[in-house]
Ligand binder design. Structure first.
Ligand code: GTP
Ligand code: MG
Length: 206
């Protein structure tokens, strides 16, 4: 069972991206559990695929209760069925490193972590370190893969500026320009990396 953590600023497209990832995995016959803390603009309620189960984590506003509730949700989700993938949509205020550290000792058989993904909307992203909240920089530094989403409708110049900023903030990350609305080659590359790499990869470039 591989855990995929998807983080990112509100409205960046986490849910839309996760639904595309889950659909692709389910089409390959994989069993997927999606765990989310609260539904934003896009909801999971219209998923009809029998290979995909969704679970909401409640009372997630305090980081320690988020960790506790995630652990118990993960236990329930994995006790009955044996999913191939668990995808967690994380609040941008929550640290993926802390979540990984609290899930690792649960001793779930065959548990592994995919690269941690952070989703960024280049259209609204501010490339000024002085104006960005610290937690946004922390999330970028924790990510193994940073996806610039909505690239089908963003200006090339803005995409370039944001990519350069993100590369300087986290030179070890793989940066991919994707569109969850129109999945492209880079979206396939994201899927490949989630399937084939682990959270420790440090030698891949975009
Ligand atoms: N143009 C464009 N819009 C997108 C894309 N992906 C998502 N969106 C839109 O962005 C908005 C937010 O998408 P969500 O998937 O709800 O984003 P989220 O990060 O899960 O948001 P929260 O759960 O509220 O933090 C919605 O209106 C989506 O339709 C994309 O690839 N291109
Ligand atoms: Mg969402």
């Amino acid at each position: 069972m591989k855990i995929i953590i998807i983080n990112g600023f509100p409205g960046s497209g986490k849910t839309t991206t996760i639904k595309e990832i889950a659909k692709s995995l389910a089409e390959e016959g994989k069993k997927v559990v999606i765990i989310f803390t609260e539904e934003g603009e896009v909801s999971y309620s219209d998923i009809k695929n029998t290979n995909i189960i969704t679970k909401e984590v409640i009372n997630a506003c305090v980081p320690c209760s988020l960790r506790f509730n995630l652990e118990s949700t993960l236990k329930t989700a994995t006790s009955g069925s044996n999913p191939d993938f668990v995808i967690i949509e994380l609040l941008s205020s929550a640290s993926s490193s802390q979540i990984k550290a609290s899930l690792e000792p649960m001793n779930i058989p065959d548990m592994s972590f995919a690269p941690v993904v952070n989703i960024v909307d280049p259209k609204t992203f501010i490339t000024d370190i002085g104006k960005l909240p610290k937690f946004v920089i922390d999330r970028i530094k924790e990510a193994n893969i940073i996806c610039l989403n909505k690239t089908e409708s963003a200006k090339d110049e803005k995409i370039r500026d944001v990519k350069e900023f993100l590369h300087n903030a986290n030179p070890d990350s793989t940066i991919l320009g994707i569109s969850a609305h129109k999945p492209n080659e880079k979206f396939k590359s994201l899927l490949d990396q989630l399937l084939n790499n682990d959270g420790r990869m440090r030698d891949m470039k975009s």
